[in-house]
Design a protein around this ligand. Structure first.
Ligand code: 5AD
Ligand code: SF4
Length: 468
């Protein structure tokens, strides 16, 4: 048994990051899932979604086949998220349902991801969820064949609070045939005071550029149209490598592969330099869309959050992006109700939203995460007040989102049609270069194609259009 430890998770040393090919599977392990079905439920961010693509590929390598129906599964894995309390609640809700299932049929249950990296959660699993067959963390997904093999006999808990290596040979089963996630780095060293991620995912480790470019070239060969470069903090890419190579260099090299569309998430305003902006504006295949988390518009709160920029610096960067990158759409993340946030501080946030008129924003009420500095800060704001602030913020965000969308009416925009629309079987859905969701009447032949679409109507979160 290996249990997570917050103190170890916090440590950052100068030790070299190892690039390893640790994924291995024996002939016996390849037969474990023969005739059996798996169901993977993913919570949280794109990083987790991509981890699930690795988990699914490993399970298929073990002989399992996939099912979309929880009740049909012989093996259920929850890939969890720890970022806010409500992410926890959803996971525990589903565990309740699975416990019932387990009383009527034989099903193996695995618990992985960011929640598994939390000491408090593991304590709870050890005391109240003894029926969970295995627990694994974010650092040892590659070891699933061994973990599952051992879990056949007794509850297996294998979570490492280490700074982390880079494992280069984990297989992947991608959810889409047209757009792909590509990890460019793992972990995070920023330690914003509210955030659990530096504890759950270890230190910042950039992948070597040659591995990334190889992956993109292989995706092009397989017919992929779009890649999203993934990292908790993509602008800091390369800072931990011994080579003189940064995010601007990487973006340029990925652009030169000629893949049709390149995106990247998530940016931190701190490391967004002019070289990056120049590269984004120079290459047509780098999409004019940036997710630029603000978190708060108050300098006092930004300081308490450990964000390392002021409202003024953020606005300066925002304006530079808007002027230098033609047609650039910008979205953001905002937290309300951070400890000590006064009405005036909240007003400062609204002020920035009024200035930036974002294309969209993810908004959250502050959720204390055990082990983070903000969790120990005195928090005297009533939940009612926080909810009210969230509502005011959401109304403003929605207003600007709709206003931005209205500017697309009757315009012709490029859309990569990626899937069937949820609204109607005769419709396909896709995203513009600026990351606007568009529903288009079109048949299957258009799947995976980038087409010019005339926008015929707009709503707050999506648009309808016709192929030109
Ligand atoms: N409480 C509320 N929101 C949080 N986020 C991260 N940690 C917390 C927390 N403890 C938000 C931030 C981040 C997004 C992914 O989630 O806005 O950018
Ligand atoms: Fe959730 Fe953060 Fe982990 Fe992603 S990295 S799954 S958002 S806690």
């Amino acid at each position: 048994m290996n249990l997570p430890n917050l103190n170890d998770a916090r440590k950052r040393t100068k030790e070299k990051v190892n690039i390893l090919e640790n994924y291995k599977i024996t002939i016996e392990q390849k037969l474990i899932g023969k005739g059996k079905k798996y169901y993977v439920k993913t919570y949280g961010c794109q990083m987790n979604e991509h981890d699930s693509e690795n988990i699914k590929a490993i399970l298929e390598d073990m002989g399992y086949s996939s099912t979309d129906n929880l009740e049909d599964a012989n093996l259920i894995i929850l890939n969890t998220c720890a970022i806010r309390e409500n992410a926890h609640n959803k996971v525990f809700g589903l565990l309740g349902r699975i416990k019932h299932m387990k009383q009527t049929k034989e099903v193996m249950v695995g618990f992985g991801g960011c929640m598994a990296q939390e000491e408090v959660i593991i304590d709870e699993i050890l005391s109240k969820y003894k029926w969970i067959d295995f627990v694994f963390g974010t650092h040892n997904i590659y070891d699933l064949p061994n973990i599952i093999e051992k879990a056949k006999n007794k509850q297996e808990i294998d979570v490492f609070s280490i700074e982390g290596d880079v494992i280069e040979n984990i297989p992947v089963k991608r959810d889409s045939k047209y757009k792909a996630w590509v990890n460019i780095m793992y972990g995070c060293d920023k330690f914003c005071t509210y955030c659990i991620v530096p504890y759950t995912r270890g230190k910042q480790r950039s992948r070597l550029p040659e591995y990334i470019i190889d992956e993109v070239n292989n995706l092009i060969k397989d017919g992929y149209k779009e890649v999203t470069l993934l990292g908790q903090n993509v602008n800091a890419y390369g800072k931990d490598l011994d080579i003189d190579y940064n995010m601007a260099n990487l973006l340029e090299d990925v652009a030169k592969t000629n893949i049709e569309r390149i995106r990247f998430v998530t940016s931190h305003p701190w490391d967004f330099n002019d070289d990056m902006i120049d590269v984004i504006s120079k290459y047509k295949n780098i999409m004019p869309y940036i997710h630029l988390p603000l978190q708060s518009g108050s300098n006092k709160i930004l300081k308490l959050m450990g964000r390392r920029y002021t409202k003024e610096q953020y606005l300066k960067l925002y304006n530079k992006l808007k002027t230098k990158i033609p047609n650039c759409a910008i979205t953001t993340d905002i937290i309300v109700g951070f400890p000590n946030e006064t009405k005036e501080d909240f007003q400062d946030t609204l002020d920035v939203v009024n200035k930036c008129k974002y294309d969209g924003a993810f908004t959250f009420i502050f959720s204390p995460r055990i082990g983070t500095p903000a969790c120990r800060m005195k928090d005297e704001i009533l939940l009612e007040e926080k909810e009210e602030r969230l509502q005011i913020l959401n109304d403003l965000v929605n207003k600007y989102s709709k206003e931005n969308n209205l500017q697309y009416l009757n315009k012709i925009v490029p859309v990569l049609l990626e899937d069937y629309s949820s609204k109607n079987g005769n419709y396909l859905k896709g995203y513009t270069d600026t990351m606007k969701l568009v529903n288009v009447k079109a048949d299957d032949n258009y799947l995976g194609k980038i087409v010019n679409v005339k926008i015929t109507s707009v709503k707050t979160w999506s648009m309808d259009g016709e192929i030109i």
